[in-house]
Design a protein around this ligand. Structure first.
Ligand code: SDX
Length: 396
């Protein structure tokens, strides 16, 4: 027992669990993966190295990291039959719906059982690699362009930008500031304790369903605007403020008005009651990649960033937000970073899912390896009718 809650293997009946993967302190704004502060990982690690750390519990040595990177590139091809998902979905379908369906379908294409004792199984590497291909392929197909496969000389993040933006007419010129920003974006999103989507992965996984189905459930849970969909909603909010010519003070007033559906997206958190440490790092990434000599749609100075920073200053100075401990969360600036990379807004949550996948896999594996694990079965407080008799139709 933790003194606060009774420990239940898996989620059991208390709706919470024990885990050795990620530590958060919501009051002090602390986040650590396997004990390493997020600030150090963002500054010194890469997404692949961080994924290895989360899943195995240790940083890879050079040989292990090289082997993992080679395996990720080798596993990047999609089974040609999987392309029908793109052809048979409506053209306006949200990429998160396609991604969730395709990941679930992977069980049928790769039926071999997972070896849980392996630190980094081919099943995990296959998922981490193929979701990157699926995302880039969804973008290419949405534009009617032919799909691009990764190059062996590019890193995971560089290959994603290559797969997204390279084309035979205008070859994509790799921008290593963007590669760094993408690594940091995915590192910051890689895990976050028992958030909505990770809890979904653990709850669905506790029934001993295959890992693809559990991850597909996590993708669906992440889709919502209060969770992973918030990065897309922040851009919508900033564009609304710009397009409607709202003053910052008017926007803050609308966010406080319970009768107004306008919310300060990217603000507030279930756990952080201070500044989300990831938001601080993401804000710095804006300074790294937004260049004065570029057009806004390609990493230039973004008017939405100015609105975001003014909105942050005004909200943090407002007693309503102060009293409720509402601060920027990871989503407040992440959309600005993705816009600067040229990622379309409807793919922002897909980008979050690619980043969160190693965390989901690590947490699913931790649960699957727990000999004490039970199926998740939260209880309820019954508030319905007391016992009553059946009423025959003629008496209703
Ligand atoms: C993520 O859990 C995780 O770890 C998630 C995540 C991860 O990495 O997995 O960190 C990723 O999902 C970040 C959150 C992204 N969502 C948003 O930015 C959407 C906007 N935020 C809010 O919807 C809200 O803050 C939530 C959903 C994040 C938290 O919701 P809660 O727990 O219901 O908020 P709360 O109980 O802390 O709210 C306290 C008060 C309430 O007012 P009162 O009822 O006390 O009068 O603050 C108000 C809320 O109405 N409030 C807001 C607000 N967020 C909370 N008011 C205006 N704007 C907001 N954004």
């Amino acid at each position: 027992s933790t003194g606060l809650i009774t420990y239940d293997p898996g989620f059991g009946n208390t709706g919470s669990c024990s885990s050795a993967i990620t530590f958060m302190d919501g009051e002090r704004g602390i986040l650590r993966y396997r004990g390493i502060p997020i600030e150090q990982l963002a500054e010194r690690s890469t997404f692949v190295e961080t994924a290895y750390l989360l899943i195995t519990g240790k940083l890879p040595n050079r040989e292990e990291l090289t082997h993992t990177s080679v395996m990720l590139n080798d596993a990047s091809l999609l089974h040609e039959d999987m392309k029908i998902f793109y052809q048979n979905y409506p053209s306006k379908a949200h990429p998160m719906g396609i991604l969730s369906a395709m990941v679930n379908a992977m069980r049928s294409f790769y039926p071999e059982l997972i070896d849980l004792e392996e630190d980094i199984s081919i099943t995990f590497l296959r998922l981490i690699s193929k979701v990157r291909t699926m995302a880039a392929m969804a973008y290419k197909i949405s534009k009617g362009h032919k799909t691009v496969y990764p190059r062996p000389d590019y890193s995971y993040a560089a290959n994603f930008l290559h797969m997204m933006f390279d084309n035979p007419v205008i070859p994509y010129e790799m921008d290593y500031d963007m590669v760094q920003a993408l690594n940091v974006f995915w590192i910051l999103h890689a895990d976050h304790e028992q958030n909505c989507s990770t809890a979904a992965v653990r709850v669905v996984g506790s029934g001993q369903v295959n890992v693809y189905a559990a991850i597909s459930a996590g993708i669906s849970a992440l889709w919502g605007p209060l969770h992973g969909g918030a990065n897309q909603a922040v851009i919508g909010m900033l564009e609304q403020i710009r397009n409607e010519g709202l003053t910052i003070s008017k926007a803050v007033a609308k966010a406080k008005d319970k009768n107004d559906p306008f919310r300060l997206m990217g603000f507030g958190h279930r756990v952080y009651k201070t500044y989300d440490p990831r938001a601080k790092i993401m804000k710095k990434m804006c300074d790294l990649i937004l260049k004065k000599d570029r057009p806004a749609e390609n990493g230039g100075m973004d008017p939405l960033l100015d609105i975001a920073m003014a909105l942050e200053d005004a909200a943090l100075a407002d007693p309503y937000f102060q009293e409720k401990n509402l601060y920027p969360n990871v989503d407040f600036y992440s959309g600005i970073v993705l816009r600067a990379m040229g990622i379309p807004t409807n793919m922002f949550t897909v980008m979050f899912a690619i980043g969160r996948l190693p965390g989901w896999l690590a947490q699913w594996r931790e649960d699957a390896l727990d000999p004490l694990r039970k199926i998740s079965r939260p209880r309820q407080v019954y508030t319905g009718e007391t016992i009553t008799d059946y009423t025959p139709m003629d008496e209703r």
